[in-house]
Design a protein around this ligand. Sequence first.
Ligand code: MRU
Length: 344
Amino acid sequence: MSGFRAVEWTGEAVRLLDQRRLPTEETYHDYTDPEAVAVAIEQMVVRGAPAIGVTAAYGVALAARRWAGATAAEFRSAMESVFERFARTRPTAVNLFWALDRMRRAAQGAPDPARAAEALEVEARAIEAEDLEACRAMGRLGAELLTDPATVLTHCNAGALATAGYGTALGVIRAAAEAGKRVRVLADETRPFLQGARLTAWELRKDGIPVTLITDGMAGYRMKRGGVDAVVVGADRITRSGDVANKIGTYTLAVLAREHGVPFYVAAPLSTVDFELSSGDEIPIEERDPAEVTHCGGTRVAPEGVEVWNPAFDVTPARLVTAIVTERGVARPPYTESLDALRR
Ligand code: MRU
């Protein structure tokens, strides 16, 4: 288990590891103000679909504490605004909406605001604990898919930093290493926010798992040379048909993997599957600040005034996905049937 937590409940506050400052500084902030937690999600102090869900749940629990002494009507109206605020933070990761739904339901049965606040804290803790458990289960199942030795290419950061701990894609890699498999990682730097270079490389080096950093454009040549045994990535939202939204650049890797006969695996908890959606075209894709593209590490790398397009995610069609590893089992095509079977 990694010696850090992206999100932690102190009993009084939500503690977040500031991922904007990694890898050079390991800084933690304690939040007691729900609005500050929402801003932290928007500004990517914390990021990664499951970690966003856990953090929002604690943000709601903090708000409920504040309003625990109010009348039932005041409490309901205040909490409705809090739910709406968190729902506006990041649109693509469905774990956020899944966690908010769970929190909404947890408050419903409570007889008064004080008891609702208690129930919400209990529910937030449960969401965190279940995510950690799901990551470990995915790790065990996914590790079996990897060869020994294996060189695994991953994109963005789907690790302990992106979850309650252990990670989804990096959970698979961790579990393989724990099982004694000789696993090496190729980490895409992941422009523009550099989650691969800053976060995945940091996290794996901390755990002593061999990692080689490459720029996103190097992945195809590396596959062509025959040095990649599998691609393993996380997901922000998966439709019931198996289309996968994940960090921008994931689709490119899936196309390259197909061209070079490399298996393309997605590791994600069932809370990432949006059973309401049947096509990836329906997934809302977040567009972020152009400055993420025009600048790198705070330095301008593009001319003033240039037009920029900055979608944070792309969608990989199900036909390019070899298997989806969930905590309940490994889904194979056709996903409409296999994901639905795992849901029950
Ligand atoms: O913009 P980010 O850093 O939140 O994007 C994160 C990803 O794309 C991850 O791959 C995904 O959330 C899965 S995290 C287990």
